[in-house]
Write a protein that binds this ligand. Sequence first.
Ligand code: NAD
Length: 492
Amino acid sequence: MSRTDGFTPETRMLIDGSLVGAASGKTFDNINPATEEVLGPVADASREDMQRAIAAARRAFEETDWSTNRELRKRCLEQLQDALEAEREELREELIAEVGTPRSVTYMAQLEGPLADAFRYPAKLIDEFPWERSLSDGDAFGTHSARAVWKEPLGVVGSIVPWNYPFEVTSNKIAQVLATGNTTVLKPAPDTPWNATRLGRLVAEKTDMPAGVFNVVTSSDHLVGEELTLSPLVDMISFTGSTVTGKRIMEKGAATLKRVFLELGGKSAMIVCDDADFASVVPAGSFVCMHAGQGCAMQTRMLLPRSRYDEGVELITQAMAAVAYGDPQDPANFSGPLISSRQRDRVLGYIAKGQEEGAKLVLGGGRPAHLPKGYYVEPTLFVDVDNSMTIAQEEIFGPVLCVIPYEDDDDAVRIANESAFGLSGGVFSASEERATAIARRVRTGSIGINGGVWYGADSPYGGYKTSGIGRQNGLEGFEQYLETKAVAWLRP
Ligand code: NAD
């Protein structure tokens, strides 16, 4: 193990209850996106390592009492919660270093949000969930039967996560997967492996979880993750990441008829009505720059009424110019670097495309001159964007906001819905009734009204259309990891 500032990373994987390196002995480098420096190594698994982890998860499901012993599951989730809380400050430093997330964001969705209830909520549901329910007695085919419905775990779940909010996505995912009695192999993104290997160590050292219930496999090769989608020993894939990869997972999983939960990309609209208090509402659009815009639910299209367009553009220009960005260690910053040079170049490519297609660039658009190291992009504002342009239709995943004018409420709804995605959004009006009526017409899996925040471990989160299938969190997320068995007893 190596020591970096403020935390000690775990460089080994967890397979079948043991902390291990790759069988080949290979490692790959974990890079700090703010400095471009190597933080340290992590195990670089092959397909064979992944197959061993899958076999361990299968064995643990078949041969231990994990799938049936609810008390054990609840105890283990609580132990894991306690262990994470004990390492909270180390985890914070680790996330800042490997994700490049601003320190300020760790007090929100990057760490404190999920730590508050990601494990607690499903642990509570273990007690409260109706695992069995009775049906009325049935008289079918000349027999009399007492009938019931049982809920049972699915089996082995492949948990595949992205790099943008890795601890948030991972903890919300695996807490529900494990609470429902499944076993799992967690495959983190290669860019952010240490928060996952830390979880592996904590499970091994601080909980009573039987060997093989929870496994963590790190690899520089995305196709090692694909092994999960191909293996007949895996029953379900729980995936958060890009829409392109989500489609591939469905395709590859079809051969073994895998259940899939897909939480994918977004291109959400912030609708500002003409009666809204512009001075307080419009500047909030700069929230799109939080963590360099690397958030799937970001409201990346701001829809402004034509009647107050110039006033709105002026307010959002001022707000975007005032975004504090740079070194993630600086608590004043709200926006840091992109995760990699590849992502930075992808964002810069979209900015060039926006200009080519005729959108007006009023702010940013390049790499900041004062930050020569790190994968930074300036907070960038496009106005006079037409919703058919590439920058209004595709997910940029950077600190880029597109302002689009609209004529009336119907036009705003039309533009919001004219998207392949349907993940999230926001509506702002002086009339809550008007905003609520608009929210009902927007085809997305979540929506905030006048700044309302829907997020929480008890709140189902996911997308309509190509933003995904299924929900993370909430009762809906919990049930998704369960099978349904209809049972009948012959009663003369
Ligand atoms: P990605 O799809 O490239 O990778 C996500 C994960 O999938 C990584 O662990 C990667 O190694 C793995 N992977 C890649 N190819 C695979 C394959 N063929 N088989 C199995 N696994 C494979 O996504 P990313 O670039 O890491 O993350 C950014 C994307 O995630 C954005 O599109 C963002 O919107 C989305 N996202 C969505 C949500 C949501 O809640 N809807 C949350 C966070 C991120």
